[in-house]
Design a protein around this ligand. Sequence first.
Ligand code: DLL
Length: 430
Amino acid sequence: MIWNEKIETMDREAVRAIQLERLRETMKRAYRVPFYKERMDKIGMKPEDFKTFEDLQKMPFTVKTDLRDHYPYGLFAEPMENIVRIHASSGTTGKPIVAGYTRNDLENWAECIARLITAAGARRSDIAQISFGYGLFTGALGLHYGLEKIGAAVVPISSGNTERQINLMRDFGSTVLVATPSYAMHMAEVAERMGAMKDIKLRVGLFGAEASTEEMRAKLEEKWGIIATENYGLTEVMGPGVAGECECKKGMHINEDHFFCEIINPETGEVLPEGEQGEMVITTLTKEGMPMIRYRTRDITRLITEKCACGRTSLRMEKCKGRSDDMLIIRGVNVFPSQIESVLLGIKEIGPHYEIEVDRENYMDKIEVKVELIESSLLDNFAELENLRRSIMARLRVVCQLDIPVKLVSPNTLKRFEGKAKRVVDRRKD
Ligand code: DLL
């Protein structure tokens, strides 16, 4: 089923025409914001001069620190009387990133979510348990309004208190789960421990807000007996709703009538040809409260132009490989945590929880991966344990081109996460 047949199956030329028309409107709106006005003045362009995407590319990028520098409302394009919602993302350092929404923005947001959750298989007959934390985080309320829009019954349980989550999931007959993949994994373990899996009716997972691998998806699908889909977004441009997978699970369909996406070389800023991997840059096309012009997401992905079997014509973005600022450089070798995850989750003796510790000793980078065993009995057999450890290291060496020491720890000893997982502890930054 397609939520908005007309838009979602539109031919490419028509999509481009809508994007260009909306781009002009967006530049007009952005011109009201001193930060953007100054930038347009500097390159000698007026909002009406932005007639093509090449014109847009004359604008410099907007980056996270620009939002921080204009904290909290300095990039809003509407007076506060027209703002009806404020969200924020805390990030790890500094001031939060703040986003303001007009009433139209909220309607567009619900529409964007309605499309991608319908694509993922959610229906009005579903009971949707939202296990994202409610609050300033865009995930819970974003999904909430979209699910209500399609007519699903929303259970706004928020995150945490996992046993209660499982009890209610069973009692309420939840059929859709909204969570981060890492929390969904933790919930599955708790459900198994409670012996509740046999009474659970979940059929669709709407997962997002953090990077995860195909191996993680396979584990989630197997444990819950669901189809696990992924969706993507960020506070700066809306929250969830930028893109989401259909049931084909071959990349996330972008809501292109609301977002224009470019891929750049993260080191040089150069725009890359279609199909190449790089950092995604997003320009909003309908945001009124806080338009974003060429926002550098730091997320590494690729745009897929081939037609999707589902019939939707939009460009898709590939699963994010990670964030360019999450990439670890260990003794000169680039390693993405997702590469490590893909190796670990393919090994049956170990569980899906891991921790990557990075440190520097005598000017040398040091990395170690802690992984949980599934069976504690293995701890008593030194030879077997050592064989397992060596085989994990060998596989990591093939994928990451690096010797990564592995420490096997007892089941249920590593930290679990109720929101976005924090798997990397990099002490070099201390
Ligand atoms: O995480 C918005 C969101 C909520 C998306 C719920 C999907 C579902 P922020 O807290 O601002 O917003 O974090 C945005 O999270 O730049 C990515 O690095 C990461 N991220 C979000 N979705 C994905 C995904 C929300 N599917 C940042 N895969 C983004 C990989 C993701 N990373």
